[in-house]
Design a binder for this molecule. Structure first.
Ligand SMILES: [Fe+2]
Length: 435
């Protein structure tokens, strides 16, 4: 791979990349096979995780019927919080500990799948809650061994959590998002039924679609794995390895699909071709970022979501202010890519092209602006907020936003261009208002 310009070997950099991916099943009606899948994984008593809304809908009914048909005992936990917190994780862990389950099934969005991963982890390997949480907030201790089988069934086309070893939550004490990241958390199998997305509100499809798009763009423009310091032992190689030739395949196809289908999927719930396409894009981008890792737009999203005051977008539960994950990412993304473009302009330009931009006559100096204009056109066309001011922040919030983002070292290290707290503040400044 040293022949590829972006992956030129360096003296101290890594020269190996590894690929971890969940086994994947994709197609309409695939949830009806979950019972058989669980049986093949040796599950006899399953914990089924969902949230109060999805719990009453067809996808959960399908999964429970298939478990009954396969003769698998189960209990349902339908109290997952959308945008989970350390408190809601702990309640789910308590349920998992008491239930003596030998397998886990999650049916819902990223919040449900992430909560299920954490419940499985702490029920299998009990520890103080901060033990496995990412440093520097937690101790980031290694997980002692495999956790129980987990079948992840996404019902939104966004997080790609079904393919990753990452579980994200709001840490209430410091009002910031953090998470647990370890290969052991990756679900054993992902069952992806695109019909789950046909009834989603437009705003949910838009926010989760931009999460997909940004997973792909961030993975594609991440620091190359050959520029990350070579680990002393194989097990020390991080899960987020940096961009690599394998993650590039998923990123590129996810970008092409998002360019083709995102606007259509938002505009028309009846456009099943578009909604199916975004569901597949979410999975491909999940495989990509699960191995490459994301960088600035996600690193900056955590304080945007964690410090939200009054924002209540359409299509989401309105019991509390919320900035949905995909929105908290995309409001930073144009300013972040404007900053990173000089580090790998050819990749920013190619990303814009895959999304459908006309790059005829564009030079590498134009790369950041061409990509930014394409992102802004897509954001406007799908009703996204106009930058971080669109979700309720002002100039005076920037120091706190930057301080929160600076804690996300795991993600910031993956940026193709180094950042410090001041450059994060400058990027937030550029992200306040776009149009
Ligand atoms: Fe994301």
């Amino acid at each position: 791979m040293s022949c590829c310009h972006y992956y030129e070997f360096t003296e101290t950099g890594d020269d190996i990349f590894s690929v971890d991916a969940a086994a994947i099943k994709y197609g309409p009606g695939s949830l009806r096979e979950v019972g058989d899948d669980a049986g093949m994984l040796g599950i006899t008593r399953a914990a089924v995780f969902t949230d109060p809304v999805v719990g009453a809908l067809e996808p959960v009914r399908s999964v429970l019927e298939s478990l009954r048909a396969a003769g698998i005992d189960f209990e349902v936990y339908n109290q997952v919080r959308v945008e989970p917190t350390d408190e809601s994780f702990k309640q789910a862990i308590q349920f998992a500990r008491e239930g003596r389950f030998d397998g886990y099934i999650s049916v819902g969005g990223g919040s449900v799948m992430d909560t299920c991963k954490a419940a499985n982890l702490y029920a299998t390997w009990p520890a103080d809650f901060m033990a496995y949480v990412n440093a520097p907030i937690g101790e980031a201790l290694p997980i002692p061994g495999p956790i129980k089988p987990h079948i992840a069934c996404p019902t939104t086309s966004g997080t790609g959590s079904e393919c990753t070893g990452i579980a994200v939550f709001d840490f209430l004490e410091i009002r910031a998002k953090t998470g647990i990241a370890a290969r052991e958390l990756r679900p054993s199998r992902a069952v992806i039924d695109p019909t789950c997305t046909y009834s989603l509100p437009a705003n949910v499809v838009a926010a989760s679609g931009f999460d997909v798009l940004s997973h792909a763009l961030e993975s594609y423009t991440a620091l190359p794995y050959t520029q990350r310091v070579r680990p002393e032992r194989a097990h020390l190689r991080p899960m987020s390895q940096g961009a690599n030739p394998y993650s590039d395949m998923g990123s590129r196809e996810a970008l092409r699909l998002a360019g083709r289908y995102l606007e259509r999927a938002v505009a028309d719930a009846g456009d099943h071709e578009a909604r199916d396409g975004m569901m597949f894009a979410a999975t491909l981008a999940g495989i990509a970022f699960g191995n490459a890792g994301v960088h600035l737009p996600h690193g900056m999203s955590y304080s945007v979501a964690g410090m939200v005051r009054n924002f209540r977008p359409a299509g989401y539960p309105d019991d509390a202010p919320i900035c949905p994950h995909g929105m908290s990412v995309i409001v930073n993304a144009p300013a972040a890519f404007r900053f990173t473009a000089s580090a790998c302009p050819e990749r920013h330009l190619e990303g814009a092209r895959l999304l459908g931009a006309n790059i005829h006559n564009a030079t590498e100096d134009d790369a950041g602006e061409v990509l930014v204009q394409k992102l802004l056109a897509l954001m406007k066309a799908t009703g996204m907020p106009n930058g971080v001011s669109g979700v309720g922040y002002e100039e005076t919030d920037i120091p706190d936003l930057a301080a929160g983002a600076y804690l996300q070292q795991r993600l910031l290290k993956n940026s193709p261009r180094p950042v410090n707290e001041q450059s994060l503040a400058n990027i937030y400044h550029g992200a306040l208002t776009y149009w």
